[in-house]
Design a protein around this ligand. Structure first.
Ligand code: PLP
Length: 298
């Protein structure tokens, strides 16, 4: 228990403009215990969910895929008209946090908020905490239900103010979808576009296998481009498989030779059923993907 406590903390980050280059940003970080007060009640992240974030998996003190996460944070910030984060400053904050994490799986979150109402700057911080134990779900897989996301594949391009490609802090809808999945007796959800195509899960990307080809929904259809999906694709290519991005009709879900949800902290989980219909499981490849995802990756 006590060991656990020492691994929950935040580094508050004094934002430094992206153009300012320094060798050492340590004096722009203030470490606070996770239980200590750190945010103003005027925070727009808490009042409106107005900000962007990332969740990074940490294995035995090694933060995975830091640059892809920092690049997606910058992409989300641009879509939201937030100041683009100073990549080297954030990289050093992640390193400082990861260096304090011991053996096992942890999670570092990056948060960039609009700031305090009428305040001069955004608010930025990283948190570090132990990860939940996902061993059982990686072994047993998940039953999913499909849920209507309410927009078609063209919405992201037609209505950029919906921020569909940004990882914003507004996850109330994603959490409601998970509760609906549980009400229906499932473990997780897959969002469908209103025109009947597969999108993503509330906190994960989807990968389907058809023979020796793997496919995932194209990221321009109003979903996040997953860092884990990209990493898995690099691994599958190295193993000689074919990979691609497609428009995937919902009916393809149960036709697949195997299907996974993939994300930075839970890693790869096999989908075992969709809306009560069983889906083929590839246990050997699931184990291979998780062994790869647990190995140090940059
Ligand atoms: N899609 C959504 C909506 C997510 O929230 C996440 C991660 O939390 C993902 C996809 C997977 O992204 P990543 O693999 O970078 O964790």
């Amino acid at each position: 228990r006590l060991g656990d406590m020492t691994r929950r903390f935040a580094l508050m980050i004094d934002p430094v403009a992206a153009v300012e280059q320094r060798a050492d940003y340590a004096d722009t970080f203030t470490q606070v215990d996770a239980a200590a007060p750190a945010l103003s009640v005027g925070e727009l992240s808490t009042q409106r969910g107005d900000g962007v974030f990332e969740s990074i998996g940490v294995i035995d003190g090694h933060a995975q895929e830091v640059v892809p996460h920092l690049e997606r944070l910058a992409h989300s910030a641009r879509l939201c008209d937030l100041p683009v984060p100073n990549q080297e400053q954030w990289r050093q904050a992640i390193q400082q946090a990861a260096a304090q994490l011991g053996a096992g799986e942890s999670v570092i979150k990056l948060i960039l908020s609009r700031g305090v109402e009428h305040g001069p700057t955004p608010t930025a911080w990283v948190t570090a905490a132990p990860a939940a134990d996902f061993a059982a779900v990686r072994r047993n897989g998940v039953k999913v239900v499909t849920l209507d996301r309410g927009y078609d594949l063209g919405a992201a391009e037609r209505a950029p103010w919906l921020l569909l490609g940004a990882k914003t802090l507004s996850y109330a809808v994603n959490m409601a979808a998970l509760r609906e999945a549980k009400r229906r007796g499932a473990d997780d959800a897959i969002f469908l576009s209103s025109d009947g195509f597969v999108l993503e899960a509330p906190t994960a990307s989807l990968i389907l296998r058809f023979g020796d080809r793997f496919t995932t929904p194209a990221p321009n259809g109003g979903i996040l481009h997953g860092t884990t999906q990209l990493s898995v694709y690099a691994h599958l290519l190295a193993r000689g498989f074919e990979v691609g991005y497609d428009r995937i009709p919902a009916a393809d879900l149960t036709r697949a030779d195997a299907a996974w949800l993939v994300s930075s902290v839970r890693l790869a989980t096999a989908i075992t059923a969709v809306d009560g219909t069983p889906v083929a499981v590839d246990a050997a490849l699931t184990d291979d993907l998780n062994a790869y995802l647990l190995s140090p990756r940059d």
